[in-house]
Design a protein around this ligand. Structure first.
Ligand code: SF4
Length: 425
């Protein structure tokens, strides 16, 4: 309900945005949430009373569609729309209308120094100011209709938000160092559930790996995580449309554990189909685990009440590059896995396999040429599935110069090609 008071806060205790996630230029709020507006800022809160987004409303704000978003890992990410609109803008290389600018080291091809813009950074100061104002308003008995909302917000100060993120990492066993690129389809809002720790390869170039050897979790661990996550996400569970079965090689956990976890999570978290939109399931897979996966695994995934995205780390089809980055697989295996990706994408309507390749300004020309050749001459019949993500190496000094090379590969490719930005949770 909206109501205006003489005080300069406009409080909407509960708002209902569209249920369906739709990609668009302006950030629509999906699902149910609360909103407080001051003259110059709009603050949105999830159903637990945790701050989620801040957007400037004054003419000084860089763009009406830009905003800060706080993740469940408690990172404040600034969403920019860039300086070019239309098909030449960010959407052409991210597949989305926004570029998330991260407050920690990552691999962006385009860095926006939003933190040196006082207008933008004032948004975070205004959040502290709002918190103080709500505290005063509660003690004076103002905004009686919003009393419950104010209580919830005030019980989630910055210290509490920080400890909630730590609690989340403790439930699943560790912080998620990288999300699959396909999670962009739900704006990176996923419930993480750990199926297995570590990974098979420990590649030399990788900046997100854990030191552990690959080890599957037990069904009991998955049950325990699900119950703890249900309590943790609490009222806001209704707003989630995505489940990430982590960590770096969920696919290697095998058909039985994947399907067990997906079905249990679907029931306990209350996922549901909204009109024609079914919830999404995300996993990473390695070339090895993907090649080992039999057809029955994909048949079973196709029967789940999810649309499943599996992202495979191909990295390169150039043997010298694979050696140089310390990836212990052969180019022939990468080609075989690439062909299998096309076959699975054509054969299963509720499964999409996508792939990652590295990009860097110090890699041999053979890497770019072999990749361009692979994507140009692929035998795919449809480009609706099978997105390819190019992931700039973190230590490339001239990342922005990768864009023209990216466009060259993209233009010639028969599959959709995007840039992969490493984002944590
Ligand atoms: S690239 Fe993938 S397989 Fe290699 S170390 Fe990193 S997480 Fe593990």
């Amino acid at each position: 309900m909206d109501f205006l008071q003489p005080q300069p806060l406009r409080i909407s205790v509960e708002k209902q945005g569209p249920d369906r996630l739709v990609k668009q230029r302006f950030p629509l709020r999906f699902g149910r949430y609360s909103e407080i507006r001051t003259r110059d800022f709009e603050f949105c809160f999830n159903l637990n009373g945790e701050i989620k987004t801040i957007r400037g409303l004054s003419p000084a704000w860089p763009h009406p569609a830009e905003q800060f978003k706080r993740t469940i890992g408690n990172d404040w990410v600034y969403y920019t729309v860039g300086d070019k609109s239309g098909d030449e803008g960010i959407v052409s290389w991210m597949g989305e209308y926004y570029l998330p600018c991260l407050p920690y080291p990552s691999n962006p091809v385009w860095e926006i120094k939003y933190f040196s813009n006082p207008v933008i950074m004032n948004a975070l100061a205004q959040w502290s100011q709002l918190f103080g104002n709500l505290y005063m308003a509660r003690s004076k008995g103002l905004y009686p209709h919003a009393k419950g909302l104010m209580e919830k917000i005030l019980s989630h100060d910055d210290q509490k938000l920080h400890s909630r993120a730590q609690k989340l990492h403790q439930i699943i066993g560790e912080r998620i160092s990288v999300l699959p690129p396909d999670t962009r389809h739900v704006d990176y809002d996923v419930i993480p559930l750990t199926l297995a720790d570590g990974c098979l390869y420990h590649c030399k170039f990788c900046c997100v790996k854990s030191e552990q050897n690959f080890k599957k979790r037990s069904q009991e661990s998955i049950r325990r995580q699900i119950e703890a996550l249900k309590v943790h996400f609490n009222a806001d569970l209704v707003n989630y449309q995505g489940l990430f079965l982590g960590n770096h090689d969920g696919l290697a956990a095998g058909k039985d554990l994947i399907c067990f976890a997906a079905r249990k999570a679907y029931d306990r978290f209350g996922f549901r189909q909204i009109k024609d939109q079914i919830p999404r399931l995300f996993l990473f897979g390695s070339v090895g685990s993907f090649l080992k996966s039999g057809r029955t695994l994909f048949e079973d995934l196709n029967r789940l009440p999810f649309f499943t995205h599996i992202n495979i780390g191909f990295e390169s089809v150039d043997p010298a590059t694979l050696t140089r980055i310390g990836k212990p697989i052969k180019a022939s295996q990468v080609r075989e896995a690439f062909e299998k990706m096309l076959e699975i994408n054509a054969g299963f309507d509720r499964v999409e396999i996508t792939g990652n390749f590295i990009a860097g300004d110090r890699l041999s020309p053979d890497h770019d040429d072999s990749l361009a050749d692979l994507l140009k001459n692929t035998g795919t019949k449809s480009s609706a599935k099978g997105a390819i993500y190019l992931s700039p190496l973190r230590d490339s000094p001239r990342k922005r110069e990768l864009l023209p090379r990216f466009y060259r590969i993209k233009e010639e490719s028969r599959l959709p090609v995007f840039i992969y930005l490493i984002q944590r949770l």
